[in-house]
Design a protein around this ligand. Structure first.
Ligand SMILES: [Zn+2]
Ligand SMILES: [Zn+2]
Length: 256
């Protein structure tokens, strides 16, 4: 549950709107409003917890000092663990106990049947241990639609890939010129290759120099034309400006 003023996650608590209580995520326990600020400060020594937090939450979420006990099973409450063993629940008030004897002594004490006829009926179910001030009680929860951890298929590879995130796809990033021309190696600087590549991505370049396939109509014709163009250009370079090392570097065609 979000609060417009307080960042509850930063205090390590969640608010359960059904029980109208605050729950400490680290202790997995409901925390009474009266001790909430002290409780958070005990966990987070360096966090400034406002004194008015408990009152603010009480007002915003209509929280109660004593939690509202549900009369029917509810969905499990985050982050309280579910008890591994089944429990015995009083049919009157739906409070849970570890044994039939203890549910019967609860019923004999008539703690739950002030306004109801006495009952000694009970049912079995699963529960979560809830702390109410200094007392504790088991709350019945619905576990039918929960998936056991051991039954859950975990795709470790997918989890790993999901968590990688944010990897730059260099293949699809446009080639950029360095801001400082002096950073260009003399070869690139002199021959100006980068100017021709600017704006294209590595994927574009890879596409440009791959061999043509049957799905590329005219690929072979274009290749031959480009080959002829380069050969003629090469002749011109040799004839008009090529000499020495420049000539060797400029030579992209096999020499006769
Ligand atoms: Zn705690
Ligand atoms: Zn009862």
């Amino acid at each position: 549950m979000e609060h417009f003023e307080y960042n509850l996650a930063s205090y390590g608590i969640v608010i359960n709107m059904l029980l109208r209580v605050a729950i400490c995520i680290e202790c997995e326990k409901t925390i009474a409003l009266s001790s909430l600020v002290l409780h958070i400060r005990a966990h987070l020594k360096f966090v400034d917890v406002p004194c008015g937090l408990a009152d603010g939450l009480r007002a915003s979420f209509a929280l109660e000092e004593a939690l509202v006990w549900p009369k029917t099973p509810i969905k499990p409450i985050f982050p309280i663990p579910i008890e591994p063993e089944p429990l015995v629940f009083c049919n009157n008030c739906n409070k849970g106990y570890a044994t039939v004897n203890s549910v019967h002594s609860h019923q004999r004490a008539r703690k739950c049947s002030d306004t109801l006829p006495p009952s000694d009926t009970y049912h079995n179910g699963y529960g979560q241990l809830i702390h109410i001030g200094r007392a504790r009680g088991y709350l019945e929860v619905i576990v039918n639609d929960l998936v056991k951890k051991t039954d859950k298929q975990i795709d470790h590879a997918a989890l790993f890939m999901d968590n990688l995130g944010g990897i730059r796809d260099y293949a699809n990033m446009p080639v950029r010129l360095p801001e400082d021309e002096m950073n260009l190696s003399s070869f690139y600087h002199r021959d100006g290759w980068l100017q021709h590549l600017e704006g294209y991505t590595a994927a574009d370049l890879s596409e440009a120099y791959r061999a043509s396939t049957s799905e590329d109509p005219g690929g072979e014709i274009l290749r031959n034309l480009a080959y002829r163009y380069l050969r003629e250009a090469q002749e011109n370079i040799k004839t008009h400006s090529g000499f020495g090392l420049m000539r060797a570097l400029g030579s992209v065609m096999p020499t006769e």
